[in-house]
Design a protein around this ligand. Structure first.
Ligand SMILES: Cc1cc2nc3c(=O)[nH]c(=O)nc-3n(C[C@H](O)[C@H](O)[C@H](O)COP(=O)(O)OP(=O)(O)OC[C@H]3O[C@@H](n4cnc5c(N)ncnc54)[C@H](O)[C@@H]3O)c2cc1C
Length: 337
C-alpha cells in the first residue's frame, strides 16, 4: 500500500487509529473462519464516525485499493478476511445507541454488539428477539450484513426482518439513509418500506459489497415475561414436523424451537445433561423442545394448552421435561450481560 495513501488516511483519523504494524496486520488477517487461510492486509484503519468512513472510502477508491469492512470478526466463512495488501476498515468505534421508546425501535452504530445493546434494552423492559449465538462479540450491523439468524428466529425470522432502516456509506463516499429516517419530517425509525423498491434490502446480506453500514435501526419488542418450556416426543419425523407446522398455523409463540433426533439428544445429554440439570430420560425417535414466550400470562397459558393438544393430535406424547428448552432459552446471552 502506498505511503501517500496511508498519510492521507492518517490525516483523517489520526495516527493512533491507523496501523501498518505487522502484529496488528496479523491480528486482522484472520477471523473466526478458522478453516480459512489468513490474508495480510496492507493497513487497518479504525474510523470514529460516518464522516471519517466516507473520507476513507473516497481515498481507497482514488487509490483503487480493495476494502474490507470488519466489525466483530466473528463470521465463519471468510466474509471478513481481507484482500492481500487491502485496507481493513474496522467499525467498532461506532458505538452509539439511540433508543426510540415510543416507536419501539433502536438505532445503533456499526460497532454495537448484541451484548452492549441488551444491557440498555434490559433496563427498559425491551429486547431484540433474534440473536446469533455469537451475540457477545457479533455486531448488529455485521449480522445485518450477513442476514444472520439464530435463537428467536423460529418466531421472528432472520435478522433482516427486524431492520427498519440503514445509514450506509457507498464506495464513492456518498452517505445514504433508508427507511423512514430518510424523511426529515418523520419522528424516527418506524417503517422500512415506502413507495418504490426496498433499498434497505439491497444491503441486507450483501457482506459489505455495496457499502459500509454505519447505523442500523431495528424493531424492539416488549420483553416476554411469561414462559412455558416443554418437550414433546414423536415416533416419526413426519409427526414431529407436522406438529411444528401446526404450532405456526395456530400462531403459538414458539420463540425457541428445536427438533432433535433421539440418538443425537442422548449423546448430548450424556455429555452435558447433568450439568444443565436435565433429568435422565429415554428420549423418543424425535423430540421437539420448545419455549413459548408471551408478554401476558393468559396468552402463555392458552398457547401452552394448545401446544399440548396439537402434540397429542399429531400422535405425539407430552414429555414434560422443561429443563432442556429452559436451558436453551436462558443459556443464551442473558446469563452473561
Ligand atoms: C461461536 C459462533 C456462533 C455463531 N452463531 C451464529 C448464529 O447463531 N447466527 C448467525 O447468523 N451467525 C452466527 N455466527 C457467525 C457470525 O457471528 C455472524 O456471521 C455475524 O453476523 C458476524 O458479525 P460480525 O459483527 O462479527 O461481522 P464480521 O465478521 O466482522 O463481518 C461479517 C461480514 O459482514 C461485513 N460487514 C461487517 N460489518 C459491516 C458493516 N458495518 N457494513 C457492511 N458490511 C459489514 C464484513 O465485511 C463481512 O463480509 C456464529 C459465529 C461464532 C464464532
Amino acid at each position: 500500500m502506498q505511503k501517500k495513501m496511508i498519510d492521507e488516511l492518517m490525516y483523517i483519523v489520526g495516527e493512533e487509529f491507523i496501523s501498518t504494524r505487522p502484529d496488528v496486520l496479523l491480528a486482522y488477517s484472520q477471523t473466526a473462519s478458522m478453516a480459512s487461510d489468513p490474508v495480510l492486509p496492507g493497513a487497518v484503519i479504525r474510523p470514529a464516525n460516518t464522516d471519517q468512513i466516507a473520507k476513507t472510502l473516497r481515498i481507497a477508491t482514488k487509490y483503487q485499493v480493495p476494502v474490507t469492512a470488519r466489525s466483530g470478526g466473528s463470521s465463519l466463512q471468510e466474509e471478513a478476511i481481507p484482500e492481500p495488501d487491502g485496507l481493513v476498515i474496522e467499525l467498532m468505534r461506532l458505538n452509539e445507541i439511540a433508543l426510540h421508546k415510543e416507536l419501539r425501535s433502536v438505532t445503533v452504530g456499526a460497532g454495537v454488539t448484541y451484548g452492549m445493546l441488551e444491557k440498555v434494552l434490559k433496563e427498559e423492559n425491551l429486547f431484540v428477539p433474534v440473536y446469533p449465538e455469537s451475540a457477545l462479540v457479533c455486531t448488529i450491523a455485521g449480522n445485518v450484513a450477513v442476514n444472520g439468524a439464530g435463537p428467536g428466529s423460529s418466531g421472528f425470522g432472520c435478522t433482516g426482518e427486524l431492520v427498519l432502516g440503514l445509514e450506509v456509506v457507498l464506495p464513492n463516499g456518498e452517505v445514504i439513509q433508508t427507511g423512514t429516517e430518510a424523511n426529515p419530517h418523520a419522528s424516527g425509525p418506524y417503517q422500512r418500506y415506502a413507495f418504490g423498491p426496498d433499498i434497505t434490502g439491497l444491503f441486507i446480506g450483501s457482506l459489505g459489497s455495496f457499502g459500509i453500514i454505519t447505523k442500523v435501526s431495528v424493531k424492539v419488542f416488549r420483553r416476554f415475561k411469561f414462559f412455558d418450556h416443554n418437550t414433546y416426543g414423536f415416533d416419526t419425523h413426519e409427526q414431529a414436523e407436522n406438529f411444528i407446522v401446526d404450532i405456526k398455523q395456530h400462531d403459538i409463540n414458539g420463540i425457541f424451537t428445536s427438533l432433535y433426533e433421539g440418538a443425537v439428544l442422548e449423546f448430548f445429554m450424556d455429555m452435558i445433561g447433568d450439568e444443565l440439570g436435565i433429568p435422565q430420560y429415554e428420549w423418543p425417535f424425535r423430540t421437539v423442545s420448545m419455549t413459548i414466550g408471551r408478554v401476558r400470562e393468559d396468552q402463555m397459558r392458552s398457547d401452552a394448552a394448545l401446544a399440548k393438544q396439537l402434540c397429542l393430535d399429531n400422535g405425539g406424547q407430552v414429555i414434560g421435561i422443561s429443563e432442556l428448552p429452559k436451558s436453551e432459552w436462558e443459556g443464551r446471552l442473558w446469563f452473561f450481560v
